[in-house]
Design a protein around this ligand. Structure first.
Ligand SMILES: [Cu+2]
Length: 223
């Protein structure tokens, strides 16, 4: 056995030393190249219900840091996004799904209640940490109960990586978030849609663009 050890040692050692150096060099250069210019972007969010008038009728919406729609996340491909989210709702859990983000290596940050994580309880804080690896226009939204319909959503805009060029030219950029808006509370909507017999909640009263819409206020008494 002793002889076998020295036999292998003779053939493995000189080669493996060189291989190891090359391997370490390759790993380091990949690491340096992939992290070059990429940043970690931190956000601190508080989710809560608040009074708001998306059209001319005041109601309750779900907002983030007092904003509806929620704050826009901007970054570059390769950046790491860190969202420290505190649930300030009194009686509901909350999660945020990052729609279109692939979550490679971070499935626990996908934000689907009871699938990739437990809902964040009232008063609790959860930290989402994930990489945005591809340029594009995405959005995030609540993925618990009716919270997206209540207004828990916003944009995620990922520019091409630092130092990279876009494949086409354009003169400007407009970010449009379109959504339906009902004057009935999401709780009433939820009870209607899940009741037996089923109760249709009707068409939305307003189409919101970036959280704002126009409604004929003279019709308010009828809805
Ligand atoms: Cu989605």
């Amino acid at each position: 056995m002793e002889n076998m050890g020295s036999f292998y040692g003779m053939f493995v050692d000189p080669c493996s030393r060189a291989c190891r150096v090359i391997l370490i060099w390759c790993c380091l250069s990949i690491l340096v190249h992939s992290s070059l210019g990429s940043k970690t972007r931190h956000f601190k969010w508080e989710v809560e219900y608040m009074y708001w008038s998306p059209d001319c009728i005041e109601g309750v919406v779900m907002g983030i840091n007092g904003q509806f729609p929620g704050p826009t996340i901007r970054g570059h491909a390769g950046d790491t996004i860190v969202v420290e989210l505190t649930n300030k709702l009194h009686t509901e859990g909350v999660v945020i799904h990052w729609h279109g983000i692939r979550q490679l290596g971070t499935p626990w940050a996908d934000g689907t209640a009871s699938i990739s994580q437990c809902a964040i309880n009232p008063g609790e804080t959860f930290v989402y940490r994930f990489k945005v690896d591809k340029a594009g226009t995405y959005f995030y939204h609540g993925h618990f109960g009716m919270q997206r319909s209540a207004g828990l959503y916003g944009s995620v805009i990922v520019e091409v990586g630092e130092g990279e060029r876009e494949g086409f030219h354009y003169d400007g950029e407009f970010n449009l978030l379109l959504s339906d808006w009902w004057h009935k509370s999401v709780h009433e909507q939820e009870v209607s849609l899940s009741s037996k017999p089923f109760r249709w909640i009707g068409e939305p009263q307003t189409l919101l663009i970036n959280g704002r819409g126009q409604y004929n206020c003279s019709l308010a008494a009828q809805c």
